[in-house]
Design a protein around this ligand. Structure first.
Ligand SMILES: NC(=O)C1=CN([C@@H]2O[C@H](COP(=O)(O)OP(=O)(O)OC[C@H]3O[C@@H](n4cnc5c(N)ncnc54)[C@H](OP(=O)(O)O)[C@@H]3O)[C@@H](O)[C@H]2O)C=CC1
Ligand SMILES: O=C(CO)COP(=O)(O)O
Length: 334
């Protein structure tokens, strides 16, 4: 592979992990806004706040100067949370070179506009190929060297194959896909179902309940995803079912953690105040509900999560709803 300079923006759990994967293949610079994080990555090859115990590659360089990364990058990788995505891209616009692709790692929607991250890339940086890297990829597991697989999705089948080589490694298998909408929505929507599963687990639900929630959750995620232009088969793949399983069953998932805390009767605000990492599902829930309405798609599980997250009811109150007893055909909502 010709050496490309990759710029990763966002020094949290996933930005740091992806930069570490890329460092095996090609030169990479990580931008973190916190100078202490930058110094720690450069001097001690660690990011203890977000990836405790992980040893980062010696050749991973970090900087607090975003222009230092963007002005020289052949590819930009966006690893900041969804509600900060646009403001960081506005900075990127100041010196990104022509035609440089921009890949999103972010699994959320912009609240005000309900836009997906690749839509924001197209909006702020028209003409730059936009893509998404997604799948069942819990950061700490990947840093621990456990095998995983992800998907890179872009409209252009040639560019996407070139970029596959930037991210893949022996233990991180990367597939390609041209269904950007489906891959992106798989990552966004599973977060809300993971909150529902966390609530069930926190209230002592059984394995059968969890399996029912995941399966019915995937059905409603697929319905909205297809209505928004994604392909049904994408939701049966790594970006859909794969990420749904990982997030809904992992003790490392921040979204599932939110659900478990909600099950204790805590308010969303209190839970967020105690978390220093992002849980995108709670943030995206209102936008997802608005999109479901816009596309006339029923999402009973997501709606229940939305009602708990916004304080309209509590986890125990919707628990019966999550375990709905009256059911129609399996192909129908509810
Ligand atoms: N962690 C994971 O396993 C995975 C996460 N993702 C997705 O990746 C995205 C990022 O998540 P993750 O890395 O886990 O989040 P973390 O909470 O671990 O880190 C968030 C990072 O974003 C930075 N940040 C927040 N606001 C801004 C801003 N305005 N400008 C610049 N930087 C900012 C934070 O900086 P600071 O430290 O200074 O606050 C921090 O470095 C999310 O959408 C998530 O869903 C996807 C796959 C796996
Ligand atoms: O997207 C993820 C794994 O694929 C991470 O999930 P959480 O944000 O819930 O930790």
């Amino acid at each position: 592979m010709n050496e490309l300079n990759i710029g990763v923006l966002g020094g949290g759990s996933w930005g740091t992990t992806v930069a570490s994967l890329v460092a095996r293949n090609t030169p990479v610079t990580l931008w973190a806004r916190n100078p202490d994080t930058v110094a720690e990555i450069n001097d001690r090859h660690s990011n203890e706040t977000y990836l405790p115990g992980a040893k980062l590659p010696d050749n991973l360089r970090a900087t607090a100067d975003i222009m230092d990364v963007v002005c020289h990058a052949d590819v930009i990788v966006m690893g900041v949370p969804s509600q900060n995505f646009r403001e960081v891209l506005m900075e990127v616009r100041r010196c990104i070179r022509a035609w440089v692709p921009v890949i999103s790692l972010t699994k959320g929607l912009e609240l005000d506009t309900r836009m997906r991250m690749t839509e924001i890339i197209n909006d702020v940086l028209p003409g730059h190929p936009a893509g998404v890297l997604t799948g069942p990829n819990l950061a700490r597991e990947i840093m621990a060297g456990q095998a995983a697989a992800g998907v890179i999705a872009m409209d252009d089948p040639v560019i996407v194959r070139g970029l596959q080589n930037v991210f893949k490694s022996g233990l991180f298998r990367v597939y390609t896909n041209t269904d950007v909408i489906g891959c992106e929505l798989g990552g966004v929507l599973k977060n809300i179902i993971a909150i529902a599963v966390g609530m069930g687990d926190g209230l002592g639900a059984g394995d059968n309940t969890r399996a029912a929630l995941i399966t019915r959750g995937l059905a409603e995620v697929t319905r909205l995803g297809v209505a928004m232009g994604g392909r049904a088969e994408t939701f049966a793949g790594l970006a859909g079912m794969g990420d749904m399983i990982a997030t809904c069953t992992s003790s490392q998932s921040r979204n599932r953690h939110v659900g478990m805390e909600l099950a204790k009767g805590r308010s969303m605000q209190a839970i967020i105040d105690d978390m220093f990492m992002v849980a995108e599902g709670a943030k995206s829930a209102p936008a997802v509900m608005a999109l479901a309405e816009q596309h006339d798609v029923e999402m009973p599980i997501a709606r229940d999560v939305y009602r708990v997250v916004t304080g309209e009811t509590n986890a125990r109150g919707v628990y019966r709803g999550l375990l709905r007893v009256s059911a129609g055909a399996e192909s129908e909502p509810g």
